[in-house]
Write a protein of this length. Sequence first.
Lengths: 317, 293
Amino acid sequence: MSSPAPQTSGLFDCRDAYVAALEALGAQDQRIVAVVNDSVGSSKLGGFRKLFPERLVNVGIAEQNMIGVGAGLANGGKIAFVSGASCFLTGRSLEQVKADCAYSQANVKLCGISSGVAYGELGPTHHSIEDVAWLRTMGDITVLVPADPWETDQAIRAAAAIDGPVFIRISRMGVPALPRPADATFEIGRAEVLREGNDGAIIANGTVVCRALEAARLLAEEGIHARVVNMSSMSPIDEAAILAAAQTGAIVTAEEHSVRGGLGGAVAEIVAQNTPCPMKILGFAGFQPTGSAEFLMERAGLTAGNMAASLRALLGR
Amino acid sequence: MSAAPQTASGAASAHTSTATGTLAERAAHVREMARQIRRSALTMVFEARQGHPGGDLSATDALAALYFDAMRYDPANPRWPGRDRFILSKGHATGALYSVLAMAGFFERDELKTYMQPLSRLNGHPNRVKIPGVETNTGPLGHGLPVAVGIAIAGQIDGADHRTFIITGDGELQEGSNWEAAMTAGHRKLANLTLIVDRNRLQQGAPTEETVSLEPLADKWRAFGWDVAEIDGHDIEALLPLLDGSIARERPLCIIANTVKGKGVSYMENQASWHHGVPNAEQYAQAMKELDA
């Protein structure tokens, strides 16, 4: 199935929205601190360091320590935004995330940068396609996967506003700004229906939401009106939106993540136990070969064309 | 990252203990509290039929010195921002820790009877969400020091005068995360941070030096930028001046407290098998008799 070439203009790196929000919050609230593992550059925190040098804590290349220090800063009254490449932030220090942050209910905000296959050519050591599966099983940590700059900004502000641990998954892949009404609001635990429709649904999050919208546009040309749901809040998750999507008769899920235990798994857990419907889970089947992020996503079928074809197949049309 | 920030360090502003009396008087009080902690912890382990008595007893004197002499806290307001913090990184020593917290007034001593019972908040490892006075949830080893370093950095950024204390086991120092945190603490000159290593020389199954040797331990901490004091960890008169803030410091302090696993109960002392052994009725009676003096 061929699909249109991805849009190359008007794309945004969500790290920019992240640091802009953090700098704005930092100016308003002395408690905001940033913690990094020698990742000032890759987390784009040079501006924050310039503005608030005493509030940028660099622990060096030491991720277990980084997470513990973040939890300790929270204990000392700070709101700690801990940033690092998502693969190391979650994988290297998973037990610190579990014990020091989630189980301890520490007021720490973990920002997983360059998640998914953003580091395409660097290989599976640097891919982070397991992070959502690992963290959402903990239950006591909020997991957010914003899809564009606006939602990244909103997710950072929402994370700062609640007292408790949050993981925010941030990509470096360019994404377009999604079309939204001017009065759109972001709420942890609430999904966003980006396109109405009752001929099946595509539930996506993160970098591939824009592709789901494109898939729905392609299907509409054939008279198939698919719903598009942006499931940026992975934990807590919007069960009502998932059950409503199941009523459309078929669900395709799409995520820049493993097909095991991520968005697809979460949706399947709810659908299978309540209103079973045909599903297709699109994502990565395991460790990925060498290639650019775009190449790997296309190879895994994370394209508008394949999302449309998958829903068409489920609907028998 | 530039060098350590130039904000006020804990050393310049750290408060001192409010304990009064001569050193001998203070020590006598701490010793009596330690005796009560040992009796309480052993009773909890005996009744629960599980626990870690060996490590409870080796850490007891340091815990008593911290909570009943050195530290500033308010059990009626356990999250008071100005409090001194204590982290038990060897989170399995809850027989001693819960006894101390109850005796310090964070919860009723009666509740110690629920230790490890179904649905009790007093499980085998401390939980800050449920138990007032606990600062972070420990249990997996090597977690306490990074969190303590984070608290100390928060105090450093604010120029606050609160202090952070932590007890680690000695075998626990085989976890690499401790040394990541040690490097950060040394680099940032966290003078408001004091680590007590419960150096009982025994880990779960064997002596540390036969498992993976830690020596020369003092040299390791010095090399990471810490001040080091080596003492008999059961010598209260030696502990108190190191913990009460009376010595101005410019670097984090590591106290290597040479202790005896199972201290105070003759048949448990220096026996690795009492890491998580449980006394029978006869042994319990003997232990309580020995701790009656």
